[in-house]
Design a protein around this ligand. Structure first.
Ligand code: G3H
Ligand code: ZN
Length: 278
């Protein structure tokens, strides 16, 4: 993830980070990135790892990455324990997130610091999180805590993380009409020197995504939109008993590819505009 975010910083773009839980969605992300000749991050959450098995998901993603015609990076998303981070690093992940955002500040610092120290031994990149990103489901939104710029700077300084996920109104689960606070983002971007990450981006408008990139977001996470596209793609055809299941899955894969392409074009507008102007 390190090189990708440095290069995003230089070009004023953001790296697209897409969550995968199965072969077809992985293939869709790779195909879209190759089609646009853009790099991307392939993310697996602890739940995806639990669903597939760590060695299975690692082997599957690395096989795709090793054959891809563009730079792709495997990343642990929302690592929720030291043990899962350690298991991922040991098997070969070189980019991990430790999400201690719901812990009190001091504990988030000490747990994240332990992860950073461990990751150094593997020459791996660590994303931390400060502030609490809410979920779209009703009732949970009240847990949201916007990121305070000074606390963010202190967190980065004390932990030594390589990138920082922040809460500025971005919400997991793609709730309709969510808005981000660009003024707050500007303040965080001035206070923090490392690349900023925006989770919960599926529900945001294209204009908000572009404004976020313009003001320092260098990695954007997308999960819900891919799950929706895959689910709708399958449900459109699954009732047809004459169809081979592989045809159903490959049609859903194409639907996901279209969504990934759309996001990669927005996140890399600077680059794609240059490509089309040449
Ligand atoms: O870590 C994953 C992302 O933050 C996904 O968020 O629900 O908006 O797709 P999303
Ligand atoms: Zn997230």
């Amino acid at each position: 993830m390190g090189n990708l975010s440095e290069s995003a910083e230089k070009t004023g773009t953001a790296v697209g980070a897409f969550n995968i839980n199965n072969l077809e969605v992985l293939q869709a992300v790779v195909a879209a990135a190759e089609k646009l000749n853009l790099s991307a991050i392939i993310q697996t959450t602890p739940k995806a790892i639990e669903y597939c098995g760590l060695s299975e998901i690692y082997a599957m993603v690395m096989a795709a990455i090793n054959q891809a015609k563009v730079p792709l990076v495997l990343h642990l998303d929302h690592g929720n324990s030291f043990e899962i981070v350690e298991a991922c690093l040991k098997i070969g992940y070189r980019s991990v997130m430790f999400d201690g955002s719901k812990l009190p500040f001091g504990e988030n610092v000490s747990e994240t610091k332990k992860v950073v120290e461990l990751a150094k031994k593997f020459d791996a990149f660590v994303e931390g999180e400060i502030g609490v990103i809410a979920k779209g489901e009703e009732g949970e939104r009240s847990n949201r805590q916007f990121t305070d710029p000074e606390t963010a700077a202190e967190f980065v300084q004390q932990t030594g993380v390589d990138s920082l996920a922040i809460s500025i109104g971005n919400t997991h689960g793609a709730p309709v009409g969510e808005k981000i606070d660009i003024e707050l983002l500007k303040k965080i971007n001035s206070a923090v020197e490392i690349p900023l990450v925006m989770h919960g981006s599926s529900g945001l408008s294209d204009d908000d995504l572009l404004a976020a990139i313009e003001n320092g977001i260098r990695k954007i996470n997308i999960d819900t939109r891919l799950k929706q596209a895959f689910r709708f793609g399958i449900s459109e055809e699954i009732a047809d008993k004459n169809l081979d299941i592989r045809d159903v899955l490959s049609d859903a894969r194409e639907d996901v590819e279209v969504v990934v392409e759309k996001y990669l074009q927005i996140f890399n507008q600077e680059r794609t505009t240059n490509i089309s102007n040449n």
